[in-house]
Design a protein around this ligand. Sequence first.
Ligand SMILES: [Zn+2]
Length: 209
Amino acid sequence: MASTLDDVPARTALVEVASDFHARGWMAGTAGNLSARADAEHFWITASGKPKGRLDENDFLLVRVRDGQVTEKRRPTNQPSAETSIHAVLYRRFPQARAALHGHSVEAVLAAARAKKGAKSLPLPPIEMIKGFDIWQQNPKVELPLFVNHLDVAKIAKDIEARFKKAQPALTALMVRDHGPTVWGRGLQEAYNRFEILDFLLRFLARGR
Ligand SMILES: [Zn+2]
C-alpha cells in the first residue's frame, strides 16, 4: 500500500477520503465536496448529488481554476456543486494549494456558534494540536476566518475572495457559519491531516466552558 494520499492518483485518493469523511459523519448523505489540482490550470472535484460514501473515480468533473468553468465530465450526467466556486477561489488565491476539502460537521457548527454574531473570526484554542498547521509558538493566538452562510454560494465565494485578497489567513482553513469548514493544503495528505486537526480543535472548542 502507498504511504500517503499523494502517492495515489488524485481521483482514487479523493474517493478514499470521501469514504473516510462519510464514515466520520463529515459528509453525510451527499454533503460536502473534495478537490485536487490536476495541473496548474485545472482541478478535479466531486460531482454534486452523489452519496459520498459510495463514490468512484468517474464521479468527478474537471474545472478551470481561472473562471470555475467545467472543462470535462467523467460521466455526462455529472453536475458541479455550487460550492465549486469556493474551491476555484482557493486555487486562484493560493497557487501552492493542491487540494481542498469541504465537509459538514456538527461540532464545527457548534464551535463557530460560540463566536459573537457578526464576528469575522473564531479564536482557536492554543493547544498542542495547533502545531499541525505549522504554527510553532508558545500560546499562539490563531484565528479561524469565519464567513456568513448564504443560500447563494457564489456570494460566499465572493466574500472569501475579497477577504483573502486583502490579507492572507493565519492558517489554510476557513469556516462558513451554520455550515462547515474548508481546509486546503500543499498536497492532499496535508489537507487531509489539517482537516482532521481543525476538527479536533473545533470539537475541543464546542465542548469548552
Ligand atoms: Zn457545504
